[in-house]
Design a protein around this ligand. Structure first.
Ligand SMILES: NC(=O)c1ccc[n+]([C@@H]2O[C@H](COP(=O)([O-])OP(=O)(O)OC[C@H]3O[C@@H](n4cnc5c(N)ncnc54)[C@H](OP(=O)(O)O)[C@@H]3O)[C@@H](O)[C@H]2O)c1
Length: 323
């Protein structure tokens, strides 16, 4: 994983590995599985690990990374670790405290990348999803630009090497980019992106602003019951994707990941299974032709697995705009 083509340079000069290991996991899976899978991922060659405060596995991920540092497999500086600011910490006075909580759990001095997880602020407190008596999320009315300024301070304090956003639409990205007195622009926007929702327009916009698009759900997500319609199509069973995989003698998962790399997208892949983790790192071993890429482009239907509909009444809900 060390050759140059496996990294992309961010607008602030740092390098991000083009393939990342996703650590979000279903609630019914014990946290200990994350320790094992993260160690396997590092042994297999993953150097980019994507996590977040709200995933509640940062202790386990930190443990795995530190054990791979202790046994000499990697050094801290070989690992690109991403965490994310949760929505109950958007208040400028709380931003750094969320990052510090993550760092404490991880037992790290810094994260490589810190993202605003979602562009909607929720009521501060220990509840991750604060709800009223009717089960509706209690929001907090805050200016995203003020949250961004607090993110900039985290970078200045050396707690985050790079800062970016996640689940932002074009309008929200422009709001940050056009903010008077902007000190650092977001280096990336992490969004759902796969062959059924290839984000062509958002990707073109991000490229024009030197913002890296990071894809989550590239394998069709884990189909989490709380967010994903269980009747939605299974991405890795798509007949066109499967036919192309057969033709290229690779798995549908590898084709779906490779598609993203070849369009300049940094891609995340989650798995707790050793065979899948080891397979996913092979994404650098082959190439798709221009014709293959066109076939995959043809699968786009702007279909979103994780639409977060329960927040669609909020003016900052990012998925109401075209992109
Ligand atoms: N910023 C955000 O709001 C946001 C939202 C969602 C996710 N994320 C990040 O993105 C990461 C990835 O997204 P995701 O977790 O939704 O899932 P994903 O990577 O799209 O898909 C994961 C699923 O794909 C299957 N898989 C993986 N490798 C495979 C292989 N080689 N062959 C066959 N199947 C394979 C696994 O299913 P089986 O285990 O059933 O085989 C796994 O559960 C997350 O873990 C998280 O870090 C961020």
């Amino acid at each position: 994983m060390n050759s140059e083509h496996q990294y992309v340079q961010l607008s602030d000069g740092h390098f991000i590995p083009r393939l990342g290991f996703g650590t979000y996991k279903l609630k019914e899976v014990p946290n200990s599985k994350t320790v094992e899978a993260t160690k396997i991922a590092i042994e297999a060659g993953f150097r980019h690990i994507d996590c977040a405060y709200v995933y509640q596995v940062e202790e386990e991920v930190g443990l795995a990374v530190r054990s791979k540092i202790e046994d000499g497999t990697v050094k801290r500086e070989d690992i690109f670790y991403t965490s994310k600011l949760w929505s109950t910490f958007h208040h400028p006075n709380l931003v750094q405290s969320c990052l510090e909580r993550s760092l404490k759990k991880l037992r790290f001095d810094y994260v490589d990348l810190y993202l605003i997880h979602f562009p909607i602020a929720m009521k501060p407190g220990e509840e991750l999803y604060p709800k009223d008596e009717n089960g509706k999320i209690i929001y907090d009315s805050l200016d995203l630009c003020a949250t961004w300024e607090a993110m900039e301070k985290c970078k200045d304090a050396g707690l985050a090497k790079s800062i970016g956003v996640s689940n932002f639409n074009r309008r929200q990205l422009e709001m940050i980019l056009n903010k008077p007195g902007l000190k650092y622009k977001p280096v990336c926007n992490q969004v759902e992106c796969h062959v059924y929702h290839n984000q062509r327009k958002l990707l073109d916009f991000c490229k024009s602003k030197d913002i890296v698009l990071v894809a989550y759900g590239a394998l069709g997500t884990q189909r989490y019951k709380e967010c994903v319609d269980q009747n939605s199509p299974v991405l890795l069973d798509d007949p066109v994707l499967c036919a192309l995989a057969k033709k290229r003698k690779r798995s549908p998962a590898l084709i779906a990941l490779r598609y993203q790399l070849q369009r300049g997208v940094v891609v995340l892949a989650q798995s707790l299974k050793e065979n899948e983790i080891k397979e996913n790192i092979q994404v650098f071993d082959f190439e798709l032709t221009e014709e293959d890429m066109k076939v995959l482009d043809g699968l786009n239907r702007n279909f979103c697995y994780v639409a977060m509909q329960f927040m669609s009444d909020h003016p900052n809900y990012p998925f109401a705009d075209e992109y």
